[in-house]
Design a protein. Sequence first.
Length: 559
Amino acid sequence: MTTSVEHNSSASPLAIDVHQLSFRYRAPDEDEKEKAAAHSYPSIIENISFQVAAGELLLIAGPSGSGKSTLIRCLNGLIPNSYKGVLKGKIQLQSRSTRGLKLRDLAPYIGTMLQDPDKQVVGSTVEQEVAFGLENLGTPRAEMRQRIQAALKQLHLEAYQGRETFALSGGQRQQVAAAGLLVMQPAIMLFDEPFANLDSRAIDELEQLISTLRAEGRTIVIVEHRVEEALRLKPDKVLLLHEGKQAFFGTTKEFMANPSVADPTQVKLPIEATLHALPSNTTVREWLIQPIATAHSASDNEQVPVLRFEDVHYRYGLFSNEVLRGISFDVRRGETIALLGPNGSGKTTLVKQALGLLRPTRGHVTLHQDNTRKLSVAQLASRIGYVFQSPNAMLFAPTVAQEVAFGPTNLHFSKERLHDAVQTSIKALNVDAFEKRSPFSLSFGQQKRVAIASVLAMQGNILLLDEPTAGQDHRSYISFMEYLRHLPGLDALLFITHDLDLALRYTQRVLLLKEGQLVADGSPLDVLSDRNLLEECNLRPTSLLRYLLAEHAQVGERL
């Protein structure tokens, strides 16, 4: 790893000046030395120094748990106002030291859009959510209304103004959180994993918003694992963190030119950069085509489906519009499936029908030939594992080990089986180092892996994962996908995702939803080669998809 601190030499004043910043979260009972030794947290960030001129865009990248979110909390004042610990170093925003400033004092200077909208959205309706910050600052009502309307219009959210926030999809809540940031008009805007839950239309709109804000002279900081997406915004500087330390700070050109820094095993880069980093004895076919392995024979695949949806309709209220409109498909033993579609197309609502969390208003869902209407949620939970889009919807236990053990304990696993299930799962998801930590002290990506581990420990035959790669660095992403590929006893695996590369590399089949209807069902490259369909369903081609389409004859058979 290399470190290069570049001092800004432009005429623009500094918007952000960070010098030798270090922070360690305070451990429980830290004054008691013995308990502190057993539970103390590591030094999360150490000696971070960088400068960002007004109007510049800074990209912060690095593996999950490298300290990115902690750094943002230091910048926006959540540290030390909300998170306690040992803070050292200097932070200046707009040439003013943040030391001693309260969150209210910092609001005109800096605002944040969190990577998990469920942690940020507090209003019961979209309008109330967007108004929340302005109300707390005592903004005059006439000005408030004008700014709310302008923010909603800029993000094309006018139609959602009176909608209840709980009824929105995760991607839609992400857009509402962006509107809540935009309406505050801070000089510096922080976006933590802004593209994680968005379809391509929403990503395009957010990118356009960021470009507009830069043109207005706003300073932008983006934390993003998907460096390929962020590079479209042409960041001025890149800050790379690794294990809490500053591995690189410099221009984007310098970052991409240094293969020891721009490492595709650590961060997601365009396919051209990734292919250059492949070992010489690795073929493109070996790297790209990796469907989940199964122990079942081909004849098993021709038997009765493990999961069947028959003309499934669903509406949330008697007088509301249908969210699902006559969806039918089978899931066969040994299949891995990507469920794609625009925000609000019904993807999460669909999989919840299989879990009994929602029941079809019309139609049937069959699990291993049993109608799910006749099975309790507990009975379904022993057969199907489901990971929610937001880990906050799942996590509650005091420690990671207790969290992962909760499900199998309630399924009455024997003591030996419980221990093996917990240990296997936390090691597979690379969270064993946090076994005694509170899951709420972890980063979003780490929390997501704990949530996946807690479902894997229940050893269901079918896994349904909602946005499993959100918040994951590329290394963690590949690691747990490789584990799932070889998981024994797994009948089927279904991902809800906006990540086309996940579908291309790790699934055999794509289901594409639009406005509550199934509009495509086939192999990944067959479905994703239809550019008109991609555009209609708000799916943006990635560099990997473009490469596969261009080199289709060389790659060989269709995925």
